[in-house]
Design a protein around this ligand. Sequence first.
Ligand code: MOS
Length: 751
Amino acid sequence: MKFETAATTNPIDQLKVVGRPTNRTDGPLKTTGRAPYAYEHQVAAPNQAYGYVVGSAIAKGRITKLDVSRAEEAPGVIAVVTASNAGPLKKANRNTATLFGGPKIEHYHQAIAVVVAETFEQARAAAGLLQIEYAREQGKFDLEASRASATDPKKITAGASDTSVGDFEGAFAKAAVKLDATYTTPDQSHVMMEPPATIATWEDGNLTVRTSHQMVDWARSDLATTLGLEKEQVRVITPYVGGGFGAKLFLRADVIAAALGARAAKRPVKVALQRPLSVNNLVHRPATIQRIRIGAERSGKITAIGHESWSGDLPNGKPDGAVHQTRLLYAGADRMTRTRLAILDLPEANAMRAPGEATGLMALEIAMDEMAEKLGLDPVEFRIINDTQVVPDVPAEPSSDDPQARSDSGGTDEHSAKELRFSQRHLVECLRTGAEKFGWSKRNKIPGQMREGDWLIGHGVAGAIRGNKQMKSAARVRLDRGGVVTVETDMTDIGTGSYTIIAQTAAEMMGIPIDKVVVRLGDSAFPVSAGSGGQWGGNCSTSGVYAACVKLREAVAQKLGFNVTDAAFEDGQVRASGRALPLAQAARDGELVAEDVIEFGGVTEESEQATFAAHFVEVAVDAFTGETRIRRMLSVCDCGRILNPKSARSQVIGGMSMGVGAALTEELAVDKRFGFFVNHDLASYEVPVHADIPHQEVIFFGDADPMSSPMKAKGVAELGISGVAAAVANAVYNAVGVRVREYPLTMDKLL
Ligand code: MOS
């Protein structure tokens, strides 16, 4: 089904099941330990062996000697695989670094061997017997030192190419009030609860991996490419995923190690990346240096806005998209963004929750706070003054009374785009509603003036934007004679609640209760979905289920002798013109099966689709130690129709908590001599725990967006983190009067 526009109503709009707060259908399985995660599958073959991954002890250089003989003789060892006996391996395009390295080493803890043994302990013990010698080369590990050599990236993430509208430099020079400030964000790690893990099984040259992955079809293609197999020879099964945050978007070393280990051992092999290996073996969010310049009239109207960002990655890697949102969030006639990429020999940089916006807003939304202060404006009002319903970085069409401009643009210049509007944008309402509910007017306006005992109290706000991507997504639905509808799609549930919103969608479409729907996910044997990434999964995968259900309704109507356009599907029945028949009766002669894919064509270009939020935070900072405690958080979100308010809220408070980590504690410490992240475990990479997070409140506008999809929903999950760290930073400034521009805001920076 091609999505044109959902301005008309459809069965989803009944909102009998969709839109209702619904418990996770997979909740009981998870809380009773019956939902199998990657490492836990009981594969048919009872003789699973264990693989232990060995990571490189240098960041850059070569292995000069790798002697496996002692390890091979160790008790229980079945096989030791290294680059020299792994067979040919090819790097998939979605990976920057080679997943199974050697003799060339590209980054610290790059996987260079997998030891397979009867037990995990035997594999681990034997791994310690490998004799490895290296020739170390000097790498580049310091972003600040490499900043001058950074170049315009050729291979870029969406929106990271340089943009320019009008004359930024001229307008900034002339502005009555100006800010020119530089901010830094550190390297960060996903540290999701479940490490990447895989059980690999070979049968007649075909490979099955039970793994933990966000994107089933990407994993299947890339695994086939890496191992030189046909895609049809690979099956990927990942029904439950214990978090990903982007670290499981692309193939990781666990899958390759398990596949190679199983091939060598001729047995199923299970591998979980050891936690201390994970941080340097996996991708991470790269550090950024960001320079922001804002010029405004005394009234507060922004006239010039410029955002430049520097980040690093391995050769052929990607930059962080930190400037992207600055093209879209606030008005201003003259503007520019610039992205530069330095080559660093640290582990691979890549997507982490809200890649781009998360880092970019950490800087931009402090800059907005600083500007508001310079202008003597309330930071909420300053943002409202600069709201725009029109995408501000599309060059304006030349005016018709200016013939010179017309001829300059070549008359039919396709670049002189017509005005591009946001399909929906309620940022102002988010800010106003949030300010009212939070009690913003009662805050202290002069920094460092509100005190309760030893605690200095502060309040901060930030605006946020995060894109809403439309990706094609397929599903299959089956109706059986018992009236049960089974949905099959390779969509994943990474803790987000996909099972539940997909069940809600099928229940609404077919007019049955949610417990009459069975949802089967995360298997490459099912139709290819949008997968879980970039906060597009919820909206797009349910839209694919909607499309399949439209076809199933047609099949049911035909079978029962109804005209589908008149038929109502409700209460387990199909009704039209006074006639009613049980839905199940359509399957009386056998199961009815329908499959379809939702595709988003030109409609996606008619408007800019994004989600918006306003975040409000109250902090208390110890006047003597500089310790910051979060006291209250409120996020007001504008992200289309909310399919399940319960799981959507969970997504947002998860994002808010991650934003607190980004603001206050999360930082990978780089060893700049040897090129690795020093704090590579959960004891030293600090993320917020329950005791760090106070009461959190989330308000949704819940406004259906007919331009987004038949579901009229949008992304939710990544909006939750976008902007939060800056709201915390602004609250800390309001509490103590010290402006910190280097994240995280650790105590030492306040004293
Ligand atoms: Mo998200 S960083 O696309 O998992």
